[in-house]
Ligand binder design. Structure first.
Ligand code: SAM
Length: 289
């Protein structure tokens, strides 16, 4: 497969200058310049000739180069069309297709079906930090047929995605992730490996998508409404959080919580996914939703 030498930071800068490229802070453009980190990201994704890779935001394309060298096919989605001229010079790979569009607007299920027939699909990206959470939520909610996600995110976001009940980082998104995937922080990354350097440190987080959701519930939508409601007002009790945010009568919620042996006076952020599942199923019975 393709195996070309990576561009040095100096050559990258010269090529970007040649095409008058200006880094956009608004689009989260911090390009990777460290070959070791780039190779580690690709290694974490465990790519081979049966892999299809969807990359979000190829930027200059250093990570894309390595992905093209290891996977059968890569489809990269880049919002910034001004990079097209750069890509024409740097990303000449037979197994690469670049789509210039906003990832948030793309029908990714359709794309995966059309572009990656018979391949084991993985999402690999150094995500633009301004939109990390919406991108991860889109991937999880739209239930793509993929086996793995390997993404660089802000260190704090990685910690939140990988946290446990009761910790300060634990949030509704942690549970949304746990519902569908096992997570692991593959490595912490200093800001020195980017051009330009972001103010924050980063981490690469790996999601291994479960074959079926971690718990089975009657009504998935209600589960996530219950989770959001419980985290909506962090200092409130679980009972108040659920009543206020779901607009439900206190007696019903209190009874439902007691039926599943959960103290209505505790705070929602101390509960695990299993317990939220039991609450959602019990509320469903009470409300006949
Ligand atoms: N992958 C490159 C690397 O590692 O050097 C660039 C990573 S940079 C952090 C994020 C990239 O995502 C930028 O190229 C940016 O233009 C692109 N981007 C930002 N928002 C996007 C969106 N909504 N859809 C697709 N690409 C986006």
């Amino acid at each position: 497969m393709n195996d070309k030498k990576l561009y040095s930071p100096k050559v990258m800068k010269d090529i970007l200058d040649k095409y008058g490229f200006k880094f956009s802070k608004g689009l989260g453009q911090n390009f990777l310049i460290d070959g070791n980190i780039i190779n580690k990201i690709a290694d974490t994704a465990e790519l081979d000739e049966k892999s299809g890779v969807l990359e979000i935001g190829p930027g200059f394309g250093t990570l894309t180069q390595v992905l093209c060298g290891k996977a059968k096919k890569v489809v990269a989605i880049e919002i910034d069309k001004s990079l097209e001229r750069v890509h024409k010079e740097t990303l000449n790979y037979d197994n690469l297709k670049i789509i210039y569009d906003d990832f948030m607007k793309i029908d990714v299920n359709k794309l995966i079906e059309e572009e990656f027939k018979g391949l084991d699909v993985k999402i690999v990206a150094n995500l633009p930090y301004y939109i990390t959470t919406p991108i991860i939520m889109k991937i999880l909610e739209e239930k793509y047929k993929i086996s793995k996600i390997v993404v660089m995110v802000q260190k704090e976001v990685a910690q939140r995605l990988n946290s446990v009940p009761g910790s300060k980082d634990y949030g509704a998104i942690t549970l949304a992730v746990q519902y569908r995937a096992d997570t692991e922080i593959a490595m912490l990354v200093p800001n020195t490996v980017f051009m330009p350097r972001p103010k924050v440190d980063s981490a690469v987080i790996e999601f291994n998508i479960l074959k079926a959701p971690r718990i089975t519930v009657e009504d998935e939508e209600l589960l996530f409404s219950v989770i959001k409601a419980s985290f909506g007002q962090r200092r409130k009790t679980l009972l108040n959080g659920l009543c206020n945010n779901l607009k439900l009568p206190k007696e019903i919620v209190k009874e439902a919580l007691e039926n599943v042996d959960i103290d209505p006076g505790i705070r929602g952020e101390t509960l695990g996914l299993d317990q939220f599942g039991r609450i959602a199923d019990e509320l469903k019975k009470h409300l006949n939703l």
